[in-house]
Design a protein around this ligand. Sequence first.
Ligand code: ATP
Length: 224
Amino acid sequence: MPPLSPPPPRLMLNAVSCMRNAQTVLRDINVSVHDGTALVLTGANGSGKTTFLRMLAGFSRPSAGEILWNGHDVTSPGVFQQYKLQLNWMSLKDAVKEKLTVLENVQWFELLEGKHGRSAPAVELMGLGRLINDKARMLSMGQRKRLQIARLLAIDRPIWLLDEPSVALDTEGVKLLEYVIAEHRKKGGIVIVATHLPIQIEDAMSLRLPQRFPRRKTLVDLVR
Ligand SMILES: Nc1ncnc2c1ncn2[C@@H]1O[C@H](COP(=O)(O)OP(=O)(O)OP(=O)(O)O)[C@@H](O)[C@H]1O
């Protein structure tokens, strides 16, 4: 029997560029992402990390190149409908509904997904069990972030797009985030993270986006 060829990447970016506000933010990006892997995006403020995630989420289209999911261009209408059901997008805007309880905030998304029974364990895992019936408006910033992560777990889609997921989390919260990322990958899930803060993600691929404009001297340079 001939040697088996490795499986094709689940996601592939071929020479992708992306414009925002008539300016090229991302230029000629090539990345292959297989099941169970993680990609960490780093780079200076404004280098395009959020733009990268937004483009993968389908909010912006590539201005050049192609994004392939299972070998199909995600911008094709038939493909996009299926592709977007694979995605779980966690942005800095937390979409927490203040008048609902912590549990209802997670269940709301779970129900939309046609699933049930995952919300309470997810809330417990994220250390919010004591607050499960409290109104979400009572939550601190870090607790709101934990609630967002509980939603990821309850919705349980394969491709996670996480924009600064550890902002506002305490040390235990970051450990929980690292744990849920590792568990998701063990199940074959994909995690793409934009971050400035160190997160321990084993064997993650790293993509550092270049600074977009030559840097001008700042007050910090002058002080140095
Ligand atoms: N809504 C918008 N409309 C037009 N241009 C935008 C918009 N949001 C961001 N940009 C521009 O796109 C570029 C990349 O922004 P982006 O938010 O992707 O960077 P980032 O790497 O995520 O930055 P940060 O580290 O500050 O979060 C920036 O130069 C910014 O000015």
